[in-house]
Design a protein around this ligand. Structure first.
Ligand code: APR
Length: 314
């Protein structure tokens, strides 16, 4: 007998509720929305379910405060935590969100010991590390969403600068999800053509800077929270690639064991996402400058992880 996939989204805030929306509207499976606040996941879950006759999706959507309802999930997307306010960096969220991600992961593992975990909570690379350590899951089953979002932002800015369809753009961003991320114009293409061939240096530099500050630009507009449409859509595209065994190459926070010369760390790299989760990290040749940028990013992620360890969280 065939059965539907089951996807749990933890955190029924802006990112979580919007992720549930994309998941259900794409009919990727039945969706369980969990939050600690009583009533919010139930209300949003019911509201979304009531859109199903209009939109014509048959995904069941429920909201709950009880992890029992998440039992046997195939994929769990963790968005629980606090978002940034203007002037805050993602790193300022470290201690609060590390404790939240730890608690959530313990509950998830108890009810869904075979699931795949996609972390969205920030600071991303350190939070995925917490989820991996606490779950004890193998590296292919725990990953973080950052690169899809960062490269989506870069793709949009390229498409706007060149006035071409976003569909023909493939942007490439490596590194941690923060100020040290490494957008790679050399590997970013429009219709297969590297942008370095068709754009001048200044325009590319502007796009790189705007990509690095893509999250902060939105925080500054919103003032009370951070981006949620594109982050949730990015997490759902990773879930889709796994659930449908599409084997897309997506930039995501993957656990490294020697790839790119780094170990025991999560950082944004291109990875093949298929039925077995992170099936392979794809290594590309980097110039000295790019390698330097990635090393800086790695060091800043390592520093955050060291702080999480000092706090005794992992
Ligand atoms: N268990 C479950 N849910 C929790 C927990 C917990 N222990 N702690 C907090 N939450 C919930 C909150 O109740 C809230 O509904 O997480 C939700 C977070 O939602 P928002 O405040 O709207 O934040 P959001 O914009 O969704 O961002 C969530 O994703 O992109 C990242 O930086 C962002 O870390 C942040 C996370």
């Amino acid at each position: 007998m065939f059965k539907r996939d089951k996807i749990t989204v933890v955190g029924a805030g802006f990112v979580g509720a919007t992720a549930a929306h994309w998941l259900a509207s794409k009919e990727l499976g039945d969706v369980v929305l969990v939050d600690i606040v009583e009533g919010v996941p139930q209300g949003k879950g019911l509201d979304l379910a009531q859109a199903s006759p209009v939109e014509g999706f048959d995904s069941r959507v429920i909201g709950t405060n009880n992890y029992e309802d998440t039992r046997d999930s195939d994929i769990v997307i963790i968005t629980a935590g606090i978002p940034r306010k203007p002037g805050m960096s993602r790193d300022d969220l470290l201690s609060t969100n590390a404790k939240i991600v730890k608690g959530v992961t313990e509950q998830i593992v108890k009810y869904s010991p075979n699931c795949y975990i996609i972390v969205v909570s920030n600071p991303l690379d350190a939070m995925v590390y917490v989820a991996k350590e606490i779950s004890g899951f193998p590296k292919n089953r725990v990953m973080g969403m950052a690169g899809v979002l960062d490269s989506a932002r870069m793709s949009l800015f390229i498409s706007q600068a060149l006035n071409v369809s976003v569909e023909d753009i493939n942007a490439f961003v490596l590194g941690g999800h923060g100020d040290t991320m490494v957008p790679l114009p050399r590997y970013s293409t429009v219709g297969g053509i590297p942008i370095t061939e068709i754009m001048d240096k200044d325009s590319i530099e502007k796009i790189v800077e705007r990509t690095r500050n893509g999250g902060a630009e939105i925080v500054n507009y919103l003032k009370t929270g951070s981006a949620f449409f594109a982050p949730s859509s990015s997490a759902v595209s990773m879930a889709e690639s796994i659930l449908k065994d599409k084997k897309r190459i997506l930039p995501c926070a993957a656990y490294l064991e020697g790839e790119y010369g780094f170990s025991d760390c999560y950082i944004g790299v291109p990875a093949i996402l298929g039925g077995n989760g992170v099936e392979r990290v794809v290594e590309v040749k980097l110039t000295e400058d790019e390698k330097k940028g990635l090393t800086k990013s790695y060091n800043s992620v390592k520093e955050l992880v060291a702080r999480v360890k000092e706090m005794g969280i992992v």
